[in-house]
Design a protein around this ligand. Structure first.
Ligand SMILES: [Fe+2]
Length: 181
């Protein structure tokens, strides 16, 4: 059955086919996220480690601190937006994760730069207490743990960082199952 050439002529049957096809190809989401993560190996921009190493190290620290699988995968993906654009990278990464994680995990990634700012915003004349605007958020403590104990510490080339393969199965499981549309 040929599909439509314009949406205002579409039928429910055609949409059922599109829905089934999209679902059948869900695996490509994880493939593409993994491709983006691998591409972070090519971005260093003056840091001591490339962005893939930083991402892996953030996830390694999260895992070793006993974080949930969702939070470990989110930690791995938190800077993946840098593949596209650094200034808005938290929003890009957070929206990529959003259908697949709990609201709190989404939120931690969405605001992570303002929490991270505690450790470097003063170099730019920014407000190191930018995180305080979120003081009443239920995931505030998790965002602090993420920024203070994992993300801001994950620039050490000598740390025993786990490889991407270590996280791949959990990443594939997470991106295989959207919780919302
Ligand atoms: Fe980071």
């Amino acid at each position: 059955m040929a599909s439509f050439t314009r949406m205002d002529e579409s039928t429910a049957e055609q949409w059922a086919t599109i829905g089934a096809e999209t679902f059948a190809h869900q695996e490509r989401v994880a493939d593409h996220v993994l491709e983006m993560l691998r591409a972070l190996a090519g971005i260093t921009d003056g840091f001591n480690v490339d962005q893939l190493t930083h991402s892996l190290q953030t996830a390694t620290l999260a895992e070793r601190a006993g974080a949930s699988d969702e939070m470990v995968v989110a930690s791995l993906c938190h800077d993946v937006g840098k593949y596209v654009s650094v200034p808005n990278h938290p929003a890009i990464a957070a929206e990529m994760l959003r259908p697949y994680v709990d609201d709190d995990v989404y939120w931690v990634i969405r605001v992570h730069q303002d929490f991270q700012g505690r450790h470097y915003y003063h170099h730019f004349g920014g407000d190191p207490d930018a995180r305080d605007q979120y003081r009443d958020h239920p995931a505030h403590a998790l965002a602090e743990q993420f920024a203070d104990e994992w993300d801001q510490r994950a620039f050490d080339p000598d740390y025993d960082t786990l490889p991407l393969e270590h996280f791949e199965e959990r990443l594939r499981e997470l991106f295989a199952a959207p919780k919302s549309l």
